[in-house]
Design a protein around this ligand. Structure first.
Ligand code: ZN
Ligand code: ZN
Length: 404
């Protein structure tokens, strides 16, 4: 078996023609540029690109296939240079009404599948050239379409406050999916403000695999969270087996930021501009008492509200979750230093997982090598994030223990 680094939630900013795909994403983020970033900088082996149902992107992909830059595998997925497996995927916004919005990803094996999905969604989405668009369908209806088109449906950033299944829609997915549909959901994406420990407070997730992905809207952010797969070779069939822990294929580790670094870890009052630090759950502002849209309930606060277990309990198969701080957050790692490290070790994955402290010290000196090691081991000191601002790395203090 081989180990592969996967980032399964990457956005495109624009098509090759320069038209926007995701308004909030960088236009430099074209399909080509993502391939280059994954292969030549990040060291990612499996990339889930979630804007592939946009008609212009479908044309871009077909163009790359014609040029021989990628090719469609008989076992599903698109391969670039025997090195990068690209999984064509879609992110769509479902609505249960009353502002209960949530995002969902469909991973598709073949272009014909995602084209069929795109065609069906034409009737539900106003501007298909933009990604993560609202379709007006309920979660169950959307999942039935993804499944009918041969795709694998996965709830995206399942705990974030604005547009997610647990953040906004429900305290139990059994309330919104039929038992048959639930059986077709092999995994949930944790998102930047949640980790395995937090998610395993919900007993209904104990059969699901967990994915840690970046939701990158710029090239630099690709692989700030990633999942390590163990499988025989790079193709969609293997990926699908691994999600379901079949035939010895599986996920062997999750790498993500400490939830404290996530943007929505704790509740936040926009009016008072304060991230709440008192014990969760805090569901209204302790300063101005508001509990409307200006008070954003943090992931930790929401989880404490909906959990059905007193203690987090992971099933035996659950792989370890490693806190890692992306290199861009490490004080002292400038763009220039990062370039130097990448040319020495080949990729960010190599710097974060393979290079030894001594080897890193030879390139950037001992002080910085030590900081990079503590970023790798998740022992840099942190301050909680909230309300859309990332937490940050404290420079001097010892890390306080994270408590749920
Ligand atoms: Zn989303
Ligand atoms: Zn997204």
């Amino acid at each position: 078996m081989n180990q592969y680094f996967a980032d399964l939630h990457i956005h495109l900013g624009g098509s090759s023609e320069g038209t926007p795909v995701k308004i909030t994403a960088s236009r430099k983020l074209t399909f080509d540029a993502v391939i280059n970033e994954c292969v030549n900088r990040k060291g990612i082996d499996i990339a889930g690109i979630v804007d592939c149902a946009c008609p212009k992107i479908i044309r871009d992909i077909e163009d790359l296939i014609k040029k021989g830059i990628i090719y469609e595998l008989p076992e599903g997925g698109l391969l670039h240079k025997d090195r990068l497996l690209i999984i064509p995927a879609s992110e769509t916004e479902a609505s249960e009404g009353n502002g209960r919005l949530s995002h969902h990803i469909g991973y598709f094996p073949y272009m014909k599948n995602i084209k069929e999905f795109s065609y069906i969604m034409k009737d539900h989405i106003k501007n298909q050239e933009l990604s993560s668009q609202q379709c007006g369908l309920k979660c169950e209806e959307l999942y039935q379409i993804i499944i009918k088109c041969g795709g694998i449906p996965v709830p995206a950033h399942a705990f974030t406050p604005h547009k997610s299944i647990y953040g906004k829609v429900t305290d139990s997915i059994k309330k919104i999916f039929s038992p048959e549909t639930l059986l077709s959901i092999p995994a949930v994406e944790l998102g930047l403000s949640a980790d395995t420990e937090i998610a395993d407070y919900l007993s209904e997730l104990s059969e699901m695999s967990f994915l840690t992905s970046s939701d990158a809207h710029s090239l630099g952010k690709i692989a700030r969270e990633y999942t390590v797969f163990e499988m025989e070779r790079l193709n969609f069939t293997e990926f699908s087996l691994a999600l379901r822990r079949n035939s010895l294929r599986r996920i062997i580790s999750n790498f993500g930021m400490n939830p404290k670094l996530g943007k929505y870890h704790r509740s936040y009052c926009k009016k008072c501009d304060k991230v709440i630090q008192t014990p969760p759950p805090v569901l209204k502002c302790p300063y101005c008492q508001r509990d409307d849209n200006d008070f954003i309930i943090g992931v930790l606060d929401r989880l404490t509200q909906i959990k059905d277990r007193e203690k987090s309990k992971s099933p035996d198969f659950r792989p370890p979750y490693f806190y890692q701080i992306p290199l861009e957050f490490v004080p002292g790692v400038s763009k220039r230093i990062l370039d130097k490290l990448i040319s020495a070790f080949g990729s960010e994955m190599a710097i974060l997982n393979i290079a030894t402290e001594e080897e890193i010290a030879e390139v950037v000196g001992e002080t910085l090598a030590e900081k990079i090691m503590s970023a790798r081991n998740g022992t840099l000191a942190l301050e909680s994030g909230g309300g859309g601002k990332y937490g940050f790395v404290k420079r001097d203090d010892k890390q306080e223990k994270f408590q749920f």
